[in-house]
Design a protein around this ligand. Structure first.
Ligand code: NI
Length: 240
């Protein structure tokens, strides 16, 4: 597997003489219920990106461990960049990659709160970086990937710290999963026009879980979701 963090600048130059694709994993450090570690979204983006890199030979950039998690700041341990900061960070990353010759970026995003900043940054650099192309993969919003969860666990509402995400973490890093801490309650996602912020979120979801009680999560489901995610990303890189 080619990890940018393990390659020298000379190796990177040699790679760029042959190839202009890169995998960019974007994570977050934020609460994920009483039972999942704060690095959950970072572990997920990192694991999918590395497995895709292993399968395709495309270089993998270091995983960014901070994202836009202001709506989770009511919970201890969450570290968040404000939207304007995160857009500036992403812009700088895209500009640096482009400067060296990367032209096609597959973004593996681990956290929904990053999506608006990713889109904004790409729009803001588009005028200058004319030949930059980007694709984005998000396991929870990709219908083909999420079907694995609904087929194996039945209809399961929500995504944040819910059965699908807990399963994925059981497959990726079981050290960050503490199932005995679950209280056995469902936190059904109720459709609402409210935009959740750091004040509303803990009020609506007091333990941080959005969705059904994840006690039925299994590593088997998580592995199937990981495998499907890798398959989809590898296909997207081939057709890039
Ligand atoms: Ni998450």
């Amino acid at each position: 597997m080619k990890l940018l963090s393990e390659m020298s600048w000379e190796e990177t130059k040699e790679y760029l003489a042959q190839e202009d694709r890169i995998i960019l994993p974007l994570g977050a450090t934020e609460q994920h219920g009483p039972h999942l570690g704060l690095g959950t979204d970072t572990f997920e983006a990192d694991a999918i990106a590395r497995a895709v890199g292993e399968k395709t030979g495309v270089v993998v950039a270091p995983t960014l461990c901070f994202g836009m998690s202001h709506h989770h700041l009511g919970f201890p341990g969450t570290i968040s960049l404000k939207p304007a900061t995160l857009i500036a960070v992403y812009e700088d990353v895209f500009r640096a990659l482009y400067r060296h010759g990367f032209r096609r970026v597959l973004i593996v995003n681990g956290h929904g709160g990053n999506e608006a900043a990713i889109q904004s940054a790409l729009h803001q650099v588009a005028a200058d970086l004319e030949h930059l192309r980007a694709k984005i993969f998000q396991w929870w919003s990709d219908a083909e990937a999420y079907r694995v969860v609904s087929e194996m666990l039945g209809a399961q509402e929500g995504s944040h710290a819910s059965p699908g995400e807990t399963s994925l973490m059981l497959a990726i890093n079981a050290n960050a999963v503490k199932l005995p801490r679950l209280k056995g309650r469902d936190a059904n996602v109720i459709p609402s026009r409210d935009i959740l912020n750091m004040h509303l979120f803990p009020h609506k979801y007091p333990d941080g879980i959005m969705g059904l009680n994840p006690s039925n999560a299994t590593a088997k489901v998580g592995q199937a979701l990981l495998d499907k995610s890798v398959e989809i990303c590898a296909r997207e890189l081939e057709s890039f």
